[in-house]
Design a protein around this ligand. Structure first.
Ligand code: FMN
Length: 375
């Protein structure tokens, strides 16, 4: 059976998004929306999934959780028992506070600070295997979720068993061929081969090189979706030519009016060039491709503290980002962005992106079939 038949999509375009509106619009347009769950508390995830269920016209959709192989075990064990801020060294707190104070970025007002910091600790604190398990408990109460994807590591056996019992297709993100082999051994059904071009956590191998390597590594037994660098139809044609059964996009949705970003943040994407999407560790402690800013670069300078493990670095950096967004300081704003950001210049809509990608895909396939190489 093809992946299309297993998952039930019409067009091979997967949308990763933390925003429920994007998930719904892509799915209704014939693609496959996957909600990034890892920034939500279980309670909030319940609200998001109930909303998607109600708006997606009965179609299936997916959920993505972060199950890291390496993380701060003390933070995992302490989650919900102590304030995770207590595990962040003072040196790190004062380093980032000083950067923002020197730049004249006002502190968050007290009432907002307490709420925002609580949300960040709950969301980022869940980026551990147990955190993912809590989110999956909620996910399994929503039968329209037919695809669950794990990022940053293979799903552990108990998770695979539970998802299997609910007849859910299991996917895993991978940035190196050896990860694909590990995912296969863990019992994963679908691999998402994500090249370095991608926004978010990303490795070093380019999509064009990685996808065939991953297909070879899993011996053609497991369908592969290509991720990293897909924002238009000709690129999708290239992925299909490589043997991928679909493409998985993240950055392109951030420029749509449905996305979770504020107008200030969206403008930062439209102003960015491809070279501004750099790989840095300051956001989570692991390499993330993100918009370059003064705040991303101070961590690279001599004298900056060591990066903390997940989820502590994420808590620290996201609280600073909340201050930057409130102050609308583009020079300090760093949020995940892939290299396709350089081609995003104005606000669009999910429907328009879906339409443009499909038209260009059809045109590209037709052009190729008529070319001297098309036979
Ligand atoms: C803002 C943002 C947040 C992301 N967060 C996650 C995440 O939580 N889990 C995950 O599997 N991938 C995450 N990713 C990576 C996407 O799933 C996807 O692989 C990537 O965006 C594809 O490349 P592109 O950015 O070139 O479209 C994120 C990407 C972006 C842009």
């Amino acid at each position: 059976m093809s992946l299309r038949d297993i998952l039930g999509f019409e067009t091979p375009i997967f949308a990763f998004s933390h925003c429920r509106d994007v998930v719904v619009e892509v799915t209704k347009a014939g693609g496959y929306g996957v909600l990034g769950a890892s920034t939500f508390s279980p309670e909030q995830l319940e609200v998001e999934l109930a909303w998607i269920d109600a708006h997606v016209d009965g179609r299936p959709y997916g959920v993505d959780v972060i199950i890291p192989g390496n993380y701060n075990t003390e933070a995992e064990e302490s989650f919900g028992k102590i304030d995770l801020h207590d595990l962040i060294p003072d040196e790190h707190k004062s380093f980032i506070d000083k950067v923002l104070d020197d730049e004249g970025v006002p502190e968050l007002p007290d009432d907002d600070r307490a709420r925002i910091n609580e949300e960040i600790v709950t969301g980022r604190g869940a980026m551990t295997p147990d955190g993912a398990r809590r989110l999956l408990e909620v996910t399994l109460r929503h039968p329209q979720v037919r695809f669950v994807v794990s990022a940053l590591g293979a799903p552990p056996p108990d998770v695979v068993e539970k998802l299997r019992a609910h007849d859910i297709t299991i996917g895993a993100m991978c940035g190196r061929p050896k990860h694909a082999a590990r995912h296969k051994a863990a019992g994963v059904d679908v691999i998402i081969a994500q090249g370095t071009e991608a926004g978010g956590h990303t490795g070093e191998i380019a999509t064009l090189v990685l996808v065939p390597q991953v297909i070879d590594a899993v011996g053609g037994d497991i369908p592969v979706i290509a991720a990293g660098g897909f924002a238009r139809g000709s690129q999708i044609a290239a992925a299909l030519a490589l043997g991928a059964e679909g493409v998985w996009c993240g950055t392109v949705w951030l420029g749509t009016r449905e996305s979770e970003l504020t107008p200030f943040e969206r403008q930062a994407y439209f102003d960015a060039e491809t070279e501004d999407a750099v790989r840095r560790r300051c956001r989570t402690g692991k390499t993330v491709r993100m918009l370059k800013s003064k705040l991303s670069e101070v961590w690279e300078a001599p004298g900056a503290p060591e990066y903390l493990g997940s989820p502590l670095q994420g808590i620290l950096f996201n609280e600073a980002t909340a201050r930057v967004i409130r102050a609308e300081r583009a020079d300090l704003y760093s949020f995940p962005a892939g290299q396709v950001v350089g081609a995003m210049k104005e606000e669009t809509s999910v429907r328009q992106v879906m339409y443009d990608m499909q038209v260009e895909l059809a045109d590209t396939l037709e052009r190729l079939s008529k070319s001297s190489f098309g036979g």
